[in-house]
Design a binder for this molecule. Structure first.
Ligand code: AMP
Ligand code: MG
Length: 460
């Protein structure tokens, strides 16, 4: 059911009305069919294209871009905002947002566009994360065009239609708090509680903060267990609902390395893989700062002290499941950590190695793993139901991961040949990454030589 954008209830301090800017020769290159059905969108492809390219409004709603601030790489930027995205409407309580539909008052001199390459990556990663049970914004459609935009070189502009219950970020709170507009901090908190945390009573701001801590820690635990690196964990890229949001130079870990940095522009490694849990806590501390007018300092501190416990509990559950460990044994943590150490020293692929354990072809791991495998077998013999263990492993160790080279093949085909078949293949594999897709066995391979050093930057 279509309804008007609830976000507009907040009033004009929170957003600006915008006009989407037309793309040249726009074309719909992929639709997320199951999401389209979930939203009961009846529009035919021509109508859908006109909505998802920003040419026609959704149910006469006028688009808005919202204002937020954020800590970027540790430094506070007092005003950011949706510089290239806008909310175009709401269906069944889900906001639809166009990323790349033109400038807004928050574009800060940039062009308001998104390039095809990064739009393909965001589109595919949204489905990959959903397939992996990691909370994420979703993507309904991918639109290409012949409009030209300038990054390191000239590229085609594209638009991803994002879908989420809310696109509110930590930075939305920081924006009003930093200006001393505490009445708007309260208004925003009331709004989040009323519409997005319905089990809380109005005015339960501490409850709100606790929920953000919980959902964020669960999200991060799942990133860590599935080897996901976000790359730009600024507070403006942290969702108040604990959704993974704003896909840029993200990367799934391939060769296991805790110090892995996916963002080429992150020269200090602030957002390296192993730092993600502590960065998220740092970001939550910034949110706490923005909520000081609503919640007492000691309560904020107490709430923050639960973060690590929730994260460790979820991470441990996920990792134990990946190894098929159902019973508790005191040596389990060591067993898991020793395996990860071996993956690191032996430069092994994280996901493929886990699948070797699952498929019981662990001899492929090589001689260095022999002694560890002996320990693992001994441990598995303690399990009462091996079939149950294997089933668990199947549910937690994906066969298909959005490897950079796979995305790159799809991108090159789209950019050079205007062909989009690879996008469709990857979409289907990543939607169900734990299944064996028999005709696509090779899509779980490690990167070919040409793709070993692909570099990803913030440019998008
Ligand atoms: P991001 O790194 O994509 O999360 O963007 C950081 C900030 O820059 C956000 O406020 C974006 O809206 C804005 N931004 C990024 N790229 C563009 C662009 N091409 N045009 C306008 N604003 C942009
Ligand atoms: Mg962002």
């Amino acid at each position: 059911m279509q309804s008007s954008l609830k976000f507009k209830d907040l009033g004009s301090d929170f957003f600006a009305q915008v006009h989407t800017q037309k793309l040249e020769n726009s074309s719909l290159i992929h639709i997320n069919e199951s999401l389209r059905q979930e939203l009961s969108i009846k529009a035919n492809e021509i109508e859908l294209l006109s909505i998802c390219s920003g040419e026609k409004p959704l149910a006469n709603e006028s688009p808005i871009s919202t204002v937020y601030a954020g800590h970027q790489f540790g430094y506070f930027v007092p005003q950011l905002g949706d510089g290239r995205s806008c909310l175009i409407g709401e269906i069944d309580g889900l906001e639809l947002s166009l990323k790349g539909a033109g400038t807004s008052p928050f574009s800060r001199g940039a062009d308001g566009r998104a390039v095809l390459r990064s739009s393909i990556r965001e589109y595919l990663c949204s489905i990959a994360m959903q397939g992996l049970n990691i909370p994420t914004t979703r993507a309904l459609a991918l639109v290409n065009s012949t409009s030209q935009v300038y990054r390191e070189h000239v590229e085609n502009a594209a638009i991803v239609t994002r879908v989420a219950e809310s696109h509110i970020r930590f930075g939305h709170f920081e924006y009003f708090a930093s200006q001393g507009h505490n009445e708007n901090v309260k208004k925003l908190a009331d709004f989040v509680i009323k519409y997005h945390m319905v089990e809380l009573e109005q005015g339960d701001y501490l409850g709100l903060f606790k929920q953000v801590i919980e959902s964020t820690s669960i999200m991060i635990a799942r990133w860590q267990a599935q080897g996901f690196s976000h790359g730009v964990m600024n507070t403006d890229n942290m969702s108040i609902l604990g959704l993974t949001i704003d896909y840029g130079p993200f990367s799934f870990m391939e060769t296991y390395d805790p110090a892995f940095i996916c963002n080429h522009s992150d020269t200090q490694g602030r957002y390296s893989f192993e730092r993600q849990p502590s960065v998220a806590l740092w970001n939550l501390q910034r949110l706490a700062g923005a909520l000081e007018s609503l919640i007492q300092e000691d309560q904020l501190k107490d709430a923050l002290s639960t973060y690590e416990k929730i994260l460790v509990k979820e991470y441990s559950y996920l990792m134990r499941s990946k190894f098929g460990l159902i019973l508790q044994d005191e040596g389990d943590n060591n067993l898991i950590n020793n395996f990860l150490d071996l993956l690191y020293t032996q430069k092994k692929d994280y996901h493929r190695s886990m699948r070797m354990l699952l498929n019981q072809n662990e001899n492929l791991l090589g001689d260095n793993f022999k002694s560890w495998l002996k320990d693992y077998k001994k441990r598995m013999n303690k399990e009462e139901n091996l079939t149950q263990s294997l089933n668990l492993m199947k549910q937690f160790n994906p066969k298909y991961i959005l490897r950079n080279y796979l995305a790159e093949v799809a991108i090159r085909e789209a950019e050079d040949l205007q062909k989009y078949e690879e996008i469709d293949i990857l979409f289907r594999l990543l939607e169900k990454p734990f299944d064996n897709h028999l005709d696509y066995e090779s899509y779980d391979s490690e990167p070919p030589d040409w793709a070993k050093n692909l570099e990803l930057s913030c440019s998008s």
